[in-house]
Design a protein around this ligand. Structure first.
Ligand code: IMP
Ligand code: MG
Length: 185
């Protein structure tokens, strides 16, 4: 049975146009990223801050591949409603209670599209006086040159298509897919 046939019953009538990254490819790159991140932070407290909801699967795989002590927290910044186009409005729904001051903060994002979400967060988190602030994104569409802080760690450059799976949603659906795929119209 093909991967398409396997997941057809999860797709609520939508069709996968193409699998962009299969599960093995993602796992391999996540292992590499974990090693890179481990090597980049030799000392000091590291707080891995996951942007919900999109990063939840990536973050859980990633932290298990980072060979150094760390802590995990989450925040929610939502820039999309039930639309596939960025509204430009970024809402910070949950603010971590954890102290950021003096810690290395690694903000983990599923995908960088317009960069609006990150630009807003970088300003907000920078005010908390972390020891350092870096971004790790699973996917980067490379659409914007206007990032206040570009991602230091990137899993993959992403095609300019709407992607779902491995945490990424379309109107909250399809996050559970074990691969990243583009949706047919
Ligand atoms: P930005 O603020 O335009 O960079 O959008 C970032 C957020 O939009 C991501 O964290 C995702 O939640 C969402 N997003 C952007 N592109 C896609 C996509 O292709 N599929 C699913 N979600 C996306
Ligand atoms: Mg989303």
């Amino acid at each position: 049975m093909s991967q398409f046939a396997d997941v057809a019953h999860l797709m609520k009538g939508r069709t996968i146009a193409r699998i962009v990254l299969d599960a093995a490819t993602i796992a391999r790159r996540v292992r590499e990223l974990g090693a890179e991140i481990g090597a980049a932070y030799p000392d000091g407290d590291l707080l891995v801050l996951g942007l919900l909801k999109g990063s939840f699967i990536f973050l859980s795989d990633l932290v298990r591949q980072i060979p150094r002590p760390l802590q995990v927290d989450f925040l929610v910044a939502s820039s999309y409603g039930h639309e596939t186009i960025s509204s430009g409005v970024v809402r910070l729904v949950y603010d971590p209670e954890t102290t950021l001051e003096g810690k290395h903060i690694l903000l983990v994002e599923d995908i960088i599209d317009s960069g609006r979400t990150l630009n807003r967060l970088v300003d907000l988190l920078g005010e908390r006086r972390p020891k350092s602030l870096e971004i790790c994104a699973l996917l980067h569409k490379r659409l914007t040159t206007d990032l206040r802080l570009d991602a230091k760690f990137v899993g993959f450059d992403a095609p300019h298509e709407f992607l779902v799976g491995y945490g990424l949603d379309h109107a909250e659906d399809f996050r559970q897919l074990p691969f990243v795929a583009s949706l047919a119209d």
